[in-house]
Design a protein around this ligand. Structure first.
Ligand code: NDP
Length: 398
């Protein structure tokens, strides 16, 4: 019996609320707090088996956060607001002595850059306070880190090569839309690509390296090499890795729209003056694009995300693929969400459950691959994200 405070009432926040409410024996009390109270209320009203409390909060205001946490006294805070709010929410958790979990690492607003350093710097503070901050517990980062840890624990003596592949073979019927917060998504994709090889990070021009990859039950899709945050923690926590890369699919129409928006300056995060007022073009673009939480209704097709791994077992080379496919329409039927929000929100709920039930314990700031993956993997299928593994697969694209 535990109390959870969920911060952020977007596409992912809605999934976390629904999934926590499906397990009332663990999450016996739920509060959803976000910038816009009406969005919290709308989500809370969809939950019929229990009363979800709601609150308005500016998650960049530490005193406001401290007041809210002290008045509700949760056992854990699940942060599914935006990466900009990670540090303020972590500060408030430290001040109130509450455990913390998120799905995306901190980004400063004025530089399109993400790395774990800012959050890892809190390790000693969380340890000294006897608290746990769980970082990156969505799908990627999150489930992909746990897949890798699971492979290492159960199938390999050492892992040498890792390629994480992320395909959204869904069709939402819109000309252009992003599947999670447009501002964060476009900042991520328009950055230079980066991968790790032979002890060094290598940078490439954005979206310049790509190849078709065959996704199970989907088929071949053009996949682009990107930098993704889980590479940073996996390379640190699995030191036998010789190469680690991340690939994501994009349709030609998506890339054409993105190129045009970029060429005309709409993806810029440098402020401009418009009718005497300072605006940020990317934030304006976000305001006119579809809300990712609203894409579910007519979404068809599936996501397919997994990890191709090559390493050694008993002195012999071994290859392995582990993945999940998640169907947009099925997810909509279950909780009126789309699969990208769903695949992020379900691991966040289960990660919180792991902490609350003591399956994941310790103190400090910890990435999910550092915990025992087995109890998580035993349960994730039951909560909506079943997985498949293939040892020495016939098709191995790397
Ligand atoms: P949305 O934009 O749909 O939702 C974000 C929510 O945060 C909105 O409700 C927003 O409020 C709220 N918010 C923003 N700023 C503040 C603030 N200052 N104070 C309080 N609330 C605030 O995004 P998503 O739901 O798509 O994504 C949520 C998070 O999940 C992001 O951090 C994203 O990076 C991460 N993510 C992680 C993935 C993974 O696999 N690890 C995959 C996909 C997403 P308002 O409604 O007023 O705008």
């Amino acid at each position: 019996m535990s109390k959870v405070l969920i911060i952020g009432a977007g596409g992912v926040g809605s999934v976390v609320v629904h999934k926590c409410a499906q397990v009332p024996e663990i999450f016996s009390e739920i509060m959803l707090a976000s910038r816009t109270l009406s969005k919290c209320e709308q989500i809370a009203n969809q939950i019929t088996n229990m009363k979800v409390k709601t609150a308005q909060i500016d998650a960049e205001n530490i005193p406001e956060l401290i007041n809210l946490i002290n008045s509700y006294r949760p056992d854990i805070v699940i942060n599914v607001a935006l990466p900009y709010q990670d540090l303020t929410i972590m500060e408030a958790c430290l001040a109130t002595k509450v455990n913390y979990l998120d799905t995306a690492n901190y980004e400063p607003k004025d530089v399109a850059k993400f790395e774990y350093k800012w959050q890892w710097d809190y390790h000693n503070k969380f340890r000294e306070a006897g608290l746990l901050a769980v970082l990156g517990c969505g799908f990627d980062p999150g489930q992909t880190n746990i897949y890798t840890a699971y492979a290492l624990k159960n199938h390999f003596d050492e892992i040498n090569y890792l390629d994480i592949v992320d395909c959204n073979a869904g069709d939402h019927g819109k000309a252009f839309a992003t599947n999670f917060n447009p501002e964060i998504n476009i900042r991520e994709i328009t950055q230079k690509g980066k991968y790790f090889e032979n002890g060094q990070w290598h940078e490439i021009e954005a979206l310049s390296e790509h190849k078709p990859i065959n996704y199970p039950e989907v088929g071949p899709k053009e996949s682009y090499l990107l930098f993704h945050e889980e590479l940073e923690s996996l390379v640190k926590n699995i030191p036998t890795l010789k190469r680690a890369r991340f690939w994501m699919t994009f349709g030609q129409s998506y890339i054409t729209h993105l190129n045009i928006l970029q060429n005309v300056g709409m993806t810029s995060i440098k402020p401009i003056i418009y009718e005497g007022k300072e605006i940020i073009p990317l934030q304006f673009l976000k305001a006119v694009l579809p809300d990712p939480g609203s894409l579910g209704e007519n979404y068809t097709g599936t996501t397919s995300i997994g990890c191709y791994i090559r390493g050694k077992k008993d002195g012999k080379e071994k290859t392995y693929y582990i993945y999940n496919n998640c169907d947009h329409a099925e997810v909509y039927k279950e909780i009126k969400a789309q699969a990208v929000s769903y695949t992020t929100g379900v691991p966040a709920m289960l990660g919180a459950m792991m902490v609350l039930t003591g399956k994941w314990n310790g103190t400090g700031v910890i990435n999910v691959e550092q915990f025992d993956p087995n109890p998580f993997m035993e349960k994730i299928g039951q909560y909506g994200l079943p997985w498949k593994e293939i040892v020495n697969p016939e098709y191995f694209p790397f």
